[in-house]
Ligand binder design. Structure first.
Ligand SMILES: Nc1ncnc2c1ncn2[C@@H]1O[C@H](COP(=O)(O)OP(=O)(O)OP(=O)(O)O)[C@@H](O)[C@H]1O
Length: 268
């Protein structure tokens, strides 16, 4: 059986009186792609935030390859986590090539997020001889052209693709993708799917958040369905689509035959 990479146990997050996540546990194995679905406010981004270290957990623990995963996001990036954001977080005044380079630097120095927030200029130096070639390879793999454009000139879909490329440049053990397909055209979706497959081929793992349950089910090995902060299903994607939990979460109580067909087309 494949090595266990990431384990979450009893993860809970409370924001004041709001419980965003309640006692969520999971295991992620090498080469596995886990889809995270659920309606608005279900807790998907919160779980990504707790894993990446963007937010501290109120309760619960995480381990990566058996080692306790805790502390700030920069430390977790160096340990092998990379993430993208629901709203892409690129350094807009830097070029596409420089943004891709930030991913390489993130694995050496800390998170992209902190660099984007202020101190990214220093993160671009020193560059290793292999960096320029790595950036060109990334761009080729994702179909990203005109590397000298400022990132601020890109469309939303193009920004997402660059952000995913930046995360891939970190060579993550676990890649966390928060709604990577939103705003992407067909070629952007294809580029992002290729990144997911690349991480899987490397024997690493991906957690993919998206509202398009149909798209997610076709891509992932397993789905976790969240509802109001709780994990209500964790298992085979097709079984998830047909499960009573799925009908309940998205449609309330429904006729089984109709609901199964509807569930294949959930897009919010
Ligand atoms: N910083 C915060 N402060 C207070 N409440 C928060 C905060 N972040 C999230 N929440 C609340 O936690 C709950 C879960 O939010 P979260 O963003 O994780 O859901 P989601 O499943 O990602 O939703 P969406 O699909 O709309 O992005 C929601 O009720 C949300 O309002």
């Amino acid at each position: 059986m494949a090595e266990t990479l990431l384990v979450g146990s009893g993860l809970t997050k409370r924001y004041g009186g709001v419980t965003a996540l309640q006692d969520v546990s999971f295991e992620l194995r090498a080469g596995e792609i886990l889809g995270l679905v659920g309606p608005n406010g279900a807790g998907k981004t919160t779980l990504v935030d707790l894993i990446s270290g963007a937010q501290p957990a109120t309760e619960g623990t995480l381990t990566l390859r058996g080692q306790r995963l805790a502390g700030p996001a920069a430390k977790r990036a160096k340990a092998g986590l990379a993430r993208t954001f629901q709203y892409p977080q690129l350094a807009l005044e830097l070029t596409v090539a420089e943004n891709l380079l930030l991913g390489r630097a993130a694995r050496r120095h800390g998170t992209v997020w902190q660099m984007v927030a202020g101190s990214f200029a220093g993160a671009l130096r020193p560059q290793l001889p292999s960096d320029a070639q790595a950036v060109r390879s990334l761009a080729l793999e994702l179909g990203i052209e005109r590397l000298e454009r400022p990132a601020g000139d890109l469309s939303l879909g193009e920004q997402r693709l660059v952000e995913v490329g930046r995360a891939l440049g970190q060579d993550p053990l676990v890649l966390l993708l928060d709604e990577p397909f939103a705003g992407s055209d067909a070629s952007g979706v294809a580029g992002i799917v290729e990144v997911v497959r690349t991480v899987q081929r490397r024997g690493h793992a991906v957690i993919l958040v998206d509202h398009n349950v149909d798209l997610v089910a076709g891509l992932v090995d397993r789905i976790m369905l969240l509802d109001r902060g709780r994990s209500v299903f964790d298992g085979d994607p097709q079984q998830c689509l047909a499960s009573p939990e799925m009908q309940q979460v998205y449609f309330g109580v429904a006729e089984p035959a109709d609901a199964e067909e509807d569930a294949k087309h959930v897009v919010s």
